[in-house]
Structure formats: structure tokens, C-alpha cells
Design a protein around this ligand. Structure first.
Ligand code: NAP
Ligand code: MG
Length: 502
């Protein structure tokens, strides 16, 4: 089934970067934390320490917020939309110039296979920066053709302006670290905001590289500040900070709730990109040659550590056997190994804790009476690997089918019903509503199902299509607000209305 995990030697450039003394990035300078403290950074494929990074706490968050405020009120407020646009394009160019190093650091820190890191950074990350670079000069207000009651002689003009919301606290997870940071930075900077970024404690390396790249791109000091630290410490301080105008959070639904409570103090704005348990629904007329690889990719991309993962597969009885057999065959053939190895199709999970959590769900699935079709175990040896696992004959009263596992575990459920409402009711039976897909050649069935599924994204004959221009975000407990596209700018802007009397 899978190649035994083996260590791959990083390049001299990556070794040099990892070996540095890593500080906090505040006000355009690399600085030590107020109280000496560090994070040990592991390679999840080998369980070895790859770097030691300064760990910031609440006092460092204070300093970073002050630097972001000073930049917001200072140079950044005067710089103009054309120049902001040029700077975002330059940032994308610098990221491209550092691509090999960024990819290698991401793979070593997170464990993802190199082609995924390469694609996500080279294509998606750079496109995302340029997409929002284009928006800087297109943020428009409106003129409003009304005659306010208190303007006596009928000669007036009312217009609105969209202003940057101010200082943004960005808190991101470990599953795609650099991209998660870029998703927050690009619209925030395009809107004219400044940012304090707290990367995930498990994966700070590419955020630190980003600090360097930001300095090289010419973005003024203090516009972006980066403070690695613990969520309950630095993250909580950022979420509660009175000097922060908005929190942009991606992470678990559980922490999302804490962010909301912390934000209540100064009523700062909050957007939340949270968990998911997305349905993938296969009707009997679907093209199985596309369904089978699509379902395997949808479930096991990033080892299932992906908020949009299609972890609930609903398959019509007529095609249930060939679909489950096809996916299990693909899943069983995936080679597990370190992300830098060209022989690896899937990497490790992020941590020992995450592996234990996933194995707990697998044990629960076995007990609940679901049929284990493939996987179900963790290979012996170093690295936090778990084999891709498929459970058939699951139902929505099982914990494995209801809760987000965030690991390579696919639950398959059959349906025989031609009542689309009944199928959709099963698909909607979780607290989440992030992504989803419908697979059929019948356009009426497809569009009816799109109407019935309560998710921020429902695709037809593909799953989790992403592009900087396509709005993305969750319904119900998958989140608040949308990222990407024009809508993704809105949370970073506030409207000011002005009436002029002639
Ligand atoms: P997490 O535990 O919620 O952590 C996310 C971030 O929040 C980390 O930086 C974390 O710091 C920080 N944090 C933790 N407690 C905090 C607190 N009390 N106050 C402020 N910040 C705090 O999530 P995760 O385990 O890293 O990531 C997995 C989750 O993210 C999954 O549920 C997944 O679905 C979700 N996710 C959603 C999307 C989306 O776009 N909807 C995308 C990717 C992932 P530490 O690193 O120190 O814990
Ligand atoms: Mg790591």
C-alpha cells in the first residue's frame, strides 16, 4: 500500500532559514518578545524539531497593534490606491521570487505533498494577491438621488465613500498556513487596512518568510505585523484588543465562538471561516469515471485536513457498490510519505494530538457498526500518518458522520429515495454548511439540489472549486461572512455617507 515514511534532506536554503534565530515582526523590524519564550517547530513527517521560533504574548500583541495603528494613521493612509495596488503586485512578485523556499518550508512545517504546496502558493497565493491588487482602484461609493428632509432649498448632493475599517487582527490555522495568511492580508491591504497576523503555533515558518518578503516588497513598516504565539495567549489577546477594529478568523467552530465573545468588548467586526462536513451526492446517472477520483480527491486532499473536504458521500443504491469499490481502490493505492518525497501522494497529519483525535473517531466508527472498507490504522514508525479510511453504511446518527474529523476519514451513506427533499434533508443534518456537491447529468435534479442544500458553496459535477473571484464562506455554524471576490472586500470596509448643501 504505502511507502515507508523516510526523511528527505532539506535544501541548503531551507536549512539556513530554519536554523536562524526567529523573532517577531513588528513595525517592520525583527524584535524579541517582551518576555523570552519560544515555540518548537516540528516536521510532522519525522517528528523532529526543525526550528525554534520566538513566541509572542499579550504585551507583544499590544506593541504590534500600536505599530499597526501608527501605520494606519500615518504613511499607509496617504499612500493612495494606485500605489497600494502596485505594492500588492510587488508582494506577489516577491513571493514568486521566493517560491522554492516558501514551498519547501511549507512542506517541512505542515507535511503536505510538495506539488500541493507548489500549486497553492505559486498559483493560488500569487493570483490571490494580484486579484486583490486589482481591486484597490475599484473601491467605489455611490451617489444617492434623494432630497433629505432637512435640506430646505432642494440643492444638495449625497454620496457615500468606502473607507478602510482600520486595524485587522488575522488569526489563522495550520492546514494551509501561507495561503491562510494571504487570504487575510490581500483584501485587508487592498482596502487600506493594516494587519496583525497570528499564525498557528504549529506552523509559523512561512508566515515568518512572509515578513521578509513584505519588507522586500516595499510595503511600509507596521502595515503588516506578525506575532507567532499560542491561541489562548497571543490569539486571545488579539481577539479582545480594544485597538483592533476587526478580527478575520479561520479555524474551528469552537474557537470561533470564543473569538465572538472576546470581540464583544469593543464590538469589533468579526468574520469567521469555520469547520465543515460537506456532502458529495451521487445520483445514479452520474459519470462514475469523474465521480470516483473526484470523491477520493475531495475527501483526502491535505489528508482530509481541509474545511471543504467532502467527508460525507451520499450514493444512490444503484451505483453504491462500484463507487465505494472505486474510491477504496484509489485510497488504498495512495502512498503515504514525507511531502518532499516525489513518491508521496499523502503526507502526515499535523500532530500527534491530531492523529490521536482522528484515530479516536475511527475507533468510534468501528464501534458504531459502520463497515470499514479500507484504512483504519496508522502505520508504525515516525511521522503522524493515518491511512486513508473509508466507512460504508454510515448514517447521520453516527458521530463519525455528524462531526468534523479533519482527517482522512470518508463516511459513505446510500440512498434510494427519488424524493430530493429527503436526500437534501440528510445532507443538511449537521451544524455545518460550508461546501457540497451534486453529481448528475440531469440539470433539473442538479439545480433543485443546489436550491435545497444549505451551504455557502454547492457545485455541480465538481467539488470545492476555488478561485480568488468566487465568493467562499459558510452558512450556519461554518461561519460568518464571505471571503474571496468582491464580497471578500466588504468586511474590511465601512461606509461613510456625506450630504453637501449647495
Ligand atoms: P483552531 O484550533 O480553531 O485554531 C485556529 C487559530 O486560532 C490558531 O491560530 C489558534 O492558535 C488560534 N486560537 C486558538 N484558541 C484561540 C483563542 N482562544 N483565541 C484566539 N485565537 C485562538 O483551528 P485549527 O485546529 O488550527 O484548524 C482546524 C479548524 O479550522 C477546522 O475546524 C477547520 O474546518 C477550520 N478551517 C476552516 C477553514 C475555512 O475557510 N472555513 C479553512 C481551514 C480550516 P494555536 O495555533 O495556538 O492553537
Ligand atoms: Mg510543523
Amino acid at each position: 500500500m504505502s511507502a515507508a515514511p523516510r526523511s528527505i534532506t532539506p535544501s541548503p536554503a531551507a536549512r539556513e532559514f530554519l536554523g536562524r534565530r526567529h523573532q517577531l515582526f513588528i513595525g517592520g523590524q525583527w524584535v524579541d518578545p517582551a518576555e523570552p519564550a519560544t515555540l518548537e517547530v516540528l516536521d510532522p513527517a519525522t517528528e523532529e524539531r526543525i526550528a525554534t521560533v520566538a513566541r509572542g504574548g499579550p504585551r507583544d500583541i499590544d506593541r504590534a497593534v500600536a505599530a499597526a495603528r501608527a501605520a494606519f494613521q500615518g504613511e499607509w493612509s496617504r499612500i493612495g490606491s494606485h500605489q497600494r495596488s502596485r505594492l500588492l503586485f510587488r508582494l506577489a512578485d516577491e513571493l514568486e521570487a521566493h517560491l522554492d523556499l516558501a514551498v519547501e518550508l511549507e512542506v517541512l512545517d505542515n507535511g503536505m505533498p510538495r506539488p500541493i504546496a507548489h500549486y497553492s502558493i505559486a498559483k493560488f497565493g500569487c493570483d490571490f494577491l494580484r486579484y486583490y491588487g486589482g481591486w484597490c482602484t475599484k473601491i467605489l461609493g455611490e451617489t444617492i438621488p434623494v432630497q433629505p428632509h432637512d435640506v430646505p432649498n432642494g440643492e444638495s448632493l449625497t454620496y457615500t465613500r468606502r473607507e478602510p475599517i482600520g486595524v485587522v487582527g488575522a488569526i489563522v490555522p495550520w492546514n494551509s498556513p501561507l495561503i491562510m495568511a494571504v487570504l487575510k492580508l490581500a483584501p485587508a491591504l487592498a482596502a487600506g487596512c493594516t494587519v496583525v497576523l497570528k499564525p498557528a503555533e504549529l506552523t509559523p515558518m512561512t508566515a515568518l518568510l512572509l515578513g521578509e518578503i513584505i519588507n522586500k516588497s516595499g510595503i511600509p513598516d507596521g502595515v503588516v505585523n506578525i506575532v507567532p504565539g499560542y491561541g489562548h495567549d497571543a490569539g486571545a489577546a488579539l481577539a479582545a484588543h480594544d485597538g483592533v477594529d476587526k478580527i478575520a478568523f479561520t479555524g474551528s467552530t469552537e474557537v470561533g465562538r470564543k473569538i465572538l465573545l472576546a470581540a464583544a468588548g469593543n464590538l469589533k467586526r468579526v468574520t469567521l471561516e469555520l469547520g465543515g462536513k460537506s456532502p458529495f451526492i451521487v445520483f445514479p446517472d452520474a459519470d462514475l469515471a469523474r465521480v470516483i477520483p473526484g470523491a477520493a480527491r475531495g475527501a483526502f486532499f491535505l489528508q482530509g485536513q481541509n474545511c471543504m473536504a467532502s467527508t460525507r458521500l451520499f450514493v444512490h443504491d444503484d451505483v453504491f457498490e462500484p463507487v465505494v469499490e472505486g474510491i477504496s481502490k484509489l485510497a488504498g493505492a495512495f502512498r503515504l510519505g514525507p511531502g518532499l518525497s516525489p513518491d508521496s501522494d499523502l503526507g502526515p497529519l499535523i500532530s500527534a494530538e491530531q492523529r490521536q483525535r482522528v484515530m479516536g473517531y475511527i475507533a468510534d466508527g468501528r464501534k458504531s457498526g459502520a463497515e470499514l472498507v479500507c484504512g483504519g490504522d496508522a502505520p508504525a514508525g515516525k511521522g503522524f500518518f493515518v491511512r486513508p479510511t473509508v466507512f460504508a453504511r454510515t448514517s447521520m446518527d453516527m458521530k463519525i458522520a455528524r462531526e468534523e474529523i479533519f482527517g482522512p476519514v470518508l463516511c459513505v451513506q446510500s440512498f434510494s429515495d427519488s424524493d430530493l427533499k429527503a436526500v437534501a434533508a440528510e445532507a443538511n443534518k449537521t451544524i455545518y454548511g460550508l461546501s457540497g456537491s451534486v453529481w448528475t447529468r440531469d440539470i433539473s435534479v442538479a439545480h433543485r439540489m443546489v436550491n435545497l442544500i444549505d451551504s455557502g458553496q454547492v457545485s455541480i459535477n465538481c467539488h470545492a472549486a476555488v478561485d480568488p473571484a468566487i465568493p467562499f464562506g459558510g452558512n450556519r455554524q461554518s461561519g460568518w461572512g464571505r471571503e474571496f471576490g468582491r464580497e471578500g472586500l466588504d468586511p474590511y470596509l465601512k461606509t461613510k455617507a456625506t450630504t453637501v448643501m449647495f
